[in-house]
Design a protein around this ligand. Structure first.
Ligand code: ASP
Length: 307
């Protein structure tokens, strides 16, 4: 059973914890597909969704997840709250605790911010993305999508291409996938590869072909223009031509390889439109996996709180 108050990252998640979340998420995904969207696992509980950064998929899916489980949800957009008046994160956390919140789902532009919040509040904190650090539920939903297609994560070869340096998704996937026995290859311009990522277990490749060779999963990552002070490559067009994935490049992967992307996609940059809309693309299915994984994480953290 999950024995933690918070879900902040996958860096310290064990294979059995990841499996437990994925197993329950699979069950929830099947129930949602059958139209079951009213459950009572979190009846009487409150989940506050506190976002200091933009989001479509993650914010809405956390809200859906909490609502499907019967919780009351509160949405705080930092620009509209007392944060805009200068309130510190710790004081915001104290206020949310005083209101007897059970869960705080937080996205923050600074890596480590949810760790600080988790230390100060009694509520369970779920990291919905902290700066360039981690985005654990995104990696879990990616792993759920892969596991559904291939049956197991062990031995899978996952090629990650795109803006790895600024990506919290790349880091959480690397931690989770390595723990589950998958192999992770990466390819990007040198300026978009964070130092030391190979020491964390990623195999850095010199060409797209090398990265995709024998890959079961091809994951594109968005070029995060908002996190780049100076351009890391000459132009988006040159990036697409030399580092992006089109139908021809996809051929380097296994014939049954699937395509993933956490979204939002820069169409024609990381992936061409024909790859995004390809029959092997599971990008839309990732979204439903996201609701299911977030339901599982909330349910298991709630059980851990009771224990
Ligand atoms: N939605 C993901 C994130 O928030 C990926 C991205 O923004 O590119 O990290």
């Amino acid at each position: 059973m999950l024995k933690r108050k918070d879900l902040l990252g996958l860096i310290d998640a064990s294979a059995s914890e990841i499996t437990e979340i994925l197993d329950l998420a699979e069950e929830f995904k099947n129930r949602i597909k059958k139209g079951e969207k009213k459950m009572s696992y979190l009846e009487g509980k409150t989940a506050t969704i506190l976002f200091y950064e933009n989001s479509t998929r993650t914010r809405t899916s956390f809200e859906e997840a909490a609502k499907y489980l019967g919780a009351t949800t509160i949405n705080i957009v930092a620009g509209n709250s007392s944060v805009a008046k200068g309130e510190t994160l710790v004081d915001t956390g104290k206020t949310l605790d005083a209101q007897r919140n059970d869960f705080i789902v937080m996205r923050h532009p600074i890596g480590g911010a949810p760790y600080l919040l988790a230390k100060t509040v009694q509520a369970s904190v779920l990291n919905a993305g902290d700066g360039m650090n981690e985005h654990p539920t995104q990696a879990l939903l990616d792993m759920l999508t892969m596991r559904e297609v291939f049956g197991s994560l062990k031995g899978l070869k996952v090629a990650i291409l795109g803006d790895i340096k600024h990506s919290r998704v790349a880091k959480s996937n690397l931690f989770g996938l390595k723990t589950m026995g998958a192999e992770v290859t990466m390819y990007a311009p040198e300026t978009l590869i964070p130092k030391g990522i190979d020491q964390l277990g990623a195999k850095l490749c010199k060409t797209r072909q090398e990265a995709l060779d024998g890959a079961d999963v091809v994951m594109g990552l968005r070029i995060q223009l908002e996190r780049q002070q100076a351009g890391a490559f000459p132009s988006l067009g040159e990036y697409a031509a030399n580092y992006g994935v089109d139908k021809r490049i996809l051929e380097y992967a296994k014939p049954n390889a699937i395509v993933l992307h956490p979204g939002p996609v820069n169409r024609g940059v990381e992936l061409t439109s024909d790859v995004i809309d390809h029959e092997r693309s599971h990008i839309e299915d990732q979204v439903l996996s996201g609701v299911a994984v977030r339901m599982a994480a909330l349910t298991l953290l709630n059980e851990a709180r009771k224990a």
